[in-house]
Design a protein around this ligand. Structure first.
Ligand SMILES: [Zn+2]
Length: 211
């Protein structure tokens, strides 16, 4: 019951670095991790506006902009357990388990970090225990199948995992069909908000942390 948690290692770096990306006209676009912000600087396609907080202004028109200034993705988030406030050894918690979420309509999935929160390992174990009780109930009442995927995968950020595996495929698979290749490239473009994907971008993406 209090299952896979001890088998899963905690994150090596904070989930939220709270670095900011700004559009060329200064509009805040989103928060991101330090590695990603630094990547724009290293590529010479962004300028450092401030180092604390770490703000990078893009030199190119981004492929998307937030719809409002109170966008969830613009708020600063703290690296701590949302239940007990502990600041060490936290892992992501998907509030809606993946096995249910995968059946949601696409518009409920595309902005997907809303229901990902940080929990420390002990709060995570407790919440899994209650999740499992509720899953049993849902299985009885609605015949909902119970967790088919391995626990490890469910702890990962699906978007980052997808971007990472896209990059690995592009780097290592020798013969990809043209349209598959294009599909993978567009995932990477969307993640980095760029039009061109270089070898270096791929290498960076292939090492993304996903937990
Ligand atoms: Zn906790």
């Amino acid at each position: 019951m209090i299952s896979n948690v001890c088998l899963v290692s905690c994150r090596k770096s904070p989930l939220y670095d709270n670095c900011f990306l700004h559009a060329p006209d200064g509009q805040p676009l989103c928060t991101c991790d330090r590695k990603k912000a630094q990547w724009y600087l290293d590529k010479g396609i962004g300028d450092l506006i401030s180092s604390d907080p770490f703000v990078v202004r893009l030199r190119f028109e981004p492929s998307g902009r937030p719809e409002s200034s109170v966008d969830y993705y613009l708020t600063v988030k703290e690296n701590l357990c949302v239940v007990c406030g502990k600041r060490e050894s936290y892992i992501r918690k998907n509030i809606v388990p993946h096995e249910y979420r995968r059946h949601f309509p696409i518009q409920m999935k595309d902005h997907n970090s809303h229901d990902v929160l940080l929990l420390c390992t002990s709060c995570h174990a407790v919440s899994n225990y209650y999740d499992n009780n509720l899953k049993q109930q849902l299985a009885v009442e609605f015949s909902a199948p119970i967790g088919c995927e391995e626990g490890m995968r469910m702890l990962e950020d699906p978007i980052r995992r997808q971007v990472r595996s896209a990059a690995r495929a592009l780097l290592h698979a020798s013969k990809l069909p043209v349209n598959r290749r294009e599909e993978l490239l567009s995932e990477i473009r969307a993640f980095y908000l760029v039009d061109d994907v270089t070898e270096e971008t791929l290498k960076n993406a292939s090492n993304l942390e996903t937990r």
